[in-house]
Design a protein around this ligand. Sequence first.
Ligand code: ACO
Length: 421
Amino acid sequence: MADETLTIRDNRTGTEIEVPIVDGTIHATDLRQLGLTSYDPAFLNTASCRSAITYIDGDAGILRYRGYPIEQVAEHATFLETAWLLLEGELPTKEQLAAWEDEVRTHTYVHTNVTTFLDGFRHDAHPMGMLLGAVGALSTFYPDAKNIGDAESRRLQKVRLIAKFPTIAAWVFRHTRGLPYVFPRNDLDYIGNFVNMTFEIGGRHEPNPVLQRALEILLILHADHEQNASTNAVRGVGSTHVDPFSAVSAGVAALYGPLHGGANEAVLLMLDEIGTKDRVPEFIESVKAGHGRLMGFGHRVYKSYDPRAKLIKRVADDVFAETGLNPKLEIALELEKIALEDEYFVSRKLYPNVDFYSGLIYQAMGYPTDYFTVLFALGRLPGWVSQWDEMLGDPEQKIARPRQIYTGYDERDFVPLEQRG
Ligand code: ACO
C-alpha cells in the first residue's frame, strides 16, 4: 500500500476500502472493488495517461517541454530542435541536430499523386478539410506504417510526418489560391522551405528573416500542450494500433473544431465587429452583460496567465515593426488594457491566451484567416507524434474505450412494422 491513501466508505453497504494515492491521483479501477465506475464527461478531472513530455502548472502560468521552460525553448531553439526534444526527451547535440535536419530534408517530397487528389477539392474547400484528408491518405502511400510494433518503422513514420506535413500544408495553401504547387528545396531550412512553398511566385520569393523567425517561434509555442483535445484524439485513435498517419489525421480533425484551433480566427472576427478603438468600452460592457465572450481571453488550464501569450506579444512587436501597424492591433491593445483592469475579468482570472495575438500576426504575414488552424496543426505535429509514440510504449495503455451510464429503455419486445401506430 502507498504511503498516502484515501479511505472510501460505501454507505449503502458499510464497506470501506483504502485506495493508494499516487502522484496526487487515485486509480479509477480501484473503485471496482465497490462495484462503482467514475463518471467524468469531458475528462474535467481525469488523467488519461502518464506522460514525461510536457508539464503545465495552470495556476502559476508555467509551461515546460521535457523540463525546459517554454521561454527558454522559444528564445534559443529552432522548430526542428524542439521537435527532437519532444520526440527524444533530450536536447540534440550538434551532430544529432545536423543529422536530424538532414534526415527530415530527405523526406520532404510527397508522392505527386497527392497533388492529383488535392486538385479534386473545390477551389473554396476549407484548408483544414483538405489537410485532414491528405494527411490521412498518406497511410495508403506507406502501408509499412502499419508495423507500429516495430521501433524502426515507427521512427521512420515520425520523420515522414514531420518532413511531409509542411509540403502538404503549403500545397493546400496553393490550392486555395489557384497557384501551381511548389516543390521542396533542399537548400532551405524547415521554416524557410515551408514559407517558400507557400509564397513563391514565378521562382521568386524574398525571404524575410524576422517574419520567418516569428513564425518559427509561434510554431514552437504550439508544439505540445499535454492532453489537449487534438492530442487526446491522436492518442485515442492511435490506441487502436492504426497507422500514425490516420491517428494524426484524427488530431487534425479535432483541431479543426472552433472550440480548439479556431479561436484566433474568432479574435479577428471580433476585432472586425468592434471596428474602431473608441467602440472598445461599449464592447467590453456588452461582454460583461452576457452578450458573447471576449475571444482570446481565458483558458481552461491557465488561471493566472498563459505564458505563451506573453511571448507572442513580443513576437507581435517584432512582426509589426517589420510589416507596419495593423489597424486591428490598436483595437486589440485597447481591449487588453481595459480588460486587464476591469473587475469582471480580473475576478474571473481572465487573461489573454495564446490566440489573442497569433491571428493578427499570421494575418500580417499574409496568411488568410481560414489558414490559421493549418499553422497551428503544423506547430502541434511534433507533440502529436511524440505523444503517439509515448502511448505505444506505455505498458499501462490499452485501447481507449470508456464506459457509459446507460440512460435508455429497459428491455422491451420488438414491435413488427404493421403493428406500430
Ligand atoms: N469572455 C468573457 N467572460 C468569460 C470568458 C471570456 N473570454 N471566458 C470565461 N468567461 C467567464 C464565464 O462567463 C464565466 O463567468 P461566470 O462565472 O460569471 O459564469 C467564468 O468566466 C468562467 O468561465 P468558464 O466557461 O467556466 O471557463 P472555462 O475554463 O470552462 O473556459 C475557455 C475556458 C473556453 C477558454 C473560455 O475562457 C473562453 O470561451 N474563452 C474565449 C475563447 C478562446 O479564446 N479560446 C481559446 C482558448 S486557448 C486554445 O484553445 C489554444
